[in-house]
Each structure stands twice: as structure tokens, then as C-alpha cells.
Write a protein that binds this ligand. Structure first.
Ligand code: ADP
Ligand code: MG
Length: 227
């Protein structure tokens, strides 16, 4: 047991160091981005323009990796309060509303009102639904639909949220790897979204289940115990 405690402590310290490292990396990246913008202006219309845009794309990728990583490792991770899942979903929907309308996507909400609070970190839980929405958006073409439904299982005291999209869906191979860190099928993906939200949900004593069919769409079910 002592060995396990030491190992857990080591991991916690490593996690903290990684988070600080990533913060430190962010500043020089901002400077690089700034000078890149200047270079890009100078090189417009020259054969070197292409090189700068490749650097820009790679820089963007590193920036995305850092944002996704910080979502999970930010301090205050364990700050838990009573929170309403209906409120969390309403907040997240407001955050993505603009993007949805730009993409001509329809979000249908069916949120039952009488759901008990859960005991959790509301910022982390918002991140969970934000990442699920983000994936749904990226799976949908113009005019697609997203259905969000929350319900309460009083026997098992579990809050259930289902997010369904009518997007491209996933094949079997993608389904077996989707939760692996850095697994992505997208050109600009980080492959950290599902990995991180699975960890957050499990830290809350919950579960995530995903069903999907290529060409039909995807159903994400999040189960969280009431607090
Ligand atoms: P990323 O979005 O950066 O690729 P994620 O961990 O969020 O990383 O997702 C991993 C992979 O799972 C995606 O690249 C995609 O292939 C698949 N995926 C996740 N959500 C959906 C969805 N709603 N519809 C289709 N594919 C999805
Ligand atoms: Mg994602």
C-alpha cells in the first residue's frame, strides 16, 4: 500500500509539473505566432508563403494540444459543489449557439426540470458537454441536427444525458480507439477530447457510452450519480 501511495504522489507531482510546463510553453508560442503574422505579410505572393502557412498550421496544432491538455490538468480540479445538470447544459448550449447558427445546425433540447443536483466540478462538467458538442458539430455538415435529452433514473439515482447527432458516425475501428489519447481522424484534431471527458466523468463516479453507425450518426450517453 505504501508503494501505491508513493506512486500516486509521484503521479500527482508529475501532473502538476506537466501542467506548469505546458503553461510555460504557451508564452513563447504566442510570440512565435506574432512574428509569424509579420512574416506572413512580408512573404505574401512569394514562393515562401507556403512554408509560413505550414508553420502556422503546425503551430495551431500545438496550441490546440495545449488547450485540450490544460482543460484537464488545471488547478482546482477537485473543487466540487452541488450543481444542476440542466443548468450546465443550458449554459453550454448558450456558449455554442453562435457557432451552431453559423453552421446552420439545429439544437433540440428536451431537459426534464425535476432532476436532482449532482455533486461535482461544474467547470469540468461544462467541458464534458462542450467537447461532446464540438465533436457533434465536426461530424455534421450544414443543416444537421443535434438532440439533447436529460432524464432522471430514481431507482438507481442516476442522472442521464443523451446527446445525439445526425452526423457521419464512426466505423468499428474508430469506435475501438476513440477514447485513446491522441487518437484522431481529423486533420486538426488533438485526440484528447474523449480521453479527457472520460476521465472527468469517471472521476465523478459516472460513465460514458457511445453508440455510432457510419453515415447515420452518433449517440453519446453520459451517466452521473446524483450527489
Ligand atoms: P478529436 O475531436 O480531436 O479528433 P476526440 O477525442 O474528441 O478527438 O475524438 C476522437 C475521434 O472520435 C474523432 O477524431 C472522431 O473520429 C471520433 N468521434 C468522436 N465523436 C464523434 C461524433 N460525434 N461523430 C463522429 N465521430 C466522432
Ligand atoms: Mg473532439
Amino acid at each position: 500500500l505504501e508503494g501505491a501511495v508513493i506512486k500516486a504522489e509521484k503521479l500527482a507531482i508529475l501532473g502538476q509539473m506537466a501542467a506548469e510546463m505546458v503553461h510555460e510553453i504557451r508564452n513563447p508560442l504566442t510570440v512565435i505566432g506574432g512574428f509569424l503574422t509579420l512574416l506572413q505579410k512580408d512573404l505574401t505572393g512569394t514562393p515562401k508563403e507556403k512554408h509560413v502557412s505550414i508553420i502556422r498550421a503546425e503551430l495551431e496544432h500545438v496550441n490546440n494540444l495545449i488547450s485540450d491538455f490544460l482543460q484537464f490538468s488545471r488547478p482546482g480540479y477537485a473543487k466540487r459543489t452541488r450543481c444542476s445538470i440542466v443548468q450546465i447544459i443550458t449554459d453550454v448550449t448558450m456558449l455554442v449557439e453562435n457557432e451552431a447558427s453559423l453552421r446552420k445546425l439545429e439544437i433540440n433540447l428536451d431537459l426534464a426540470g425535476d432532476i436532482p443536483d449532482i455533486f461535482g466540478d461544474s467547470d469540468q462538467l461544462k467541458q464534458v458537454f462542450l467537447n461532446i458538442f464540438k465533436n457533434a458539430f465536426e461530424a455534421l455538415s450544414f443543416g444537421g441536427k443535434i438532440f439533447v435529452q436529460s432524464s432522471w433514473n430514481s431507482n438507481e439515482r442516476i442522472v442521464q444525458v443523451i446527446i445525439r447527432d445526425t452526423g457521419m458516425g464512426m466505423d468499428k475501428q474508430t469506435m475501438t480507439s476513440m477514447f485513446n489519447p491522441f487518437f484522431t481522424t481529423k486533420e486538426n484534431g488533438t485526440g484528447l477530447g474523449l480521453f479527457i471527458i472520460k476521465k472527468i466523468i469517471e472521476n465523478h463516479g459516472g460513465k460514458i457510452e457511445i453508440q455510432s453507425e457510419p453515415g447515420k450518426g452518433t449517440i453519446v450517453t453520459v451517466l452521473l450519480p446524483a450527489g
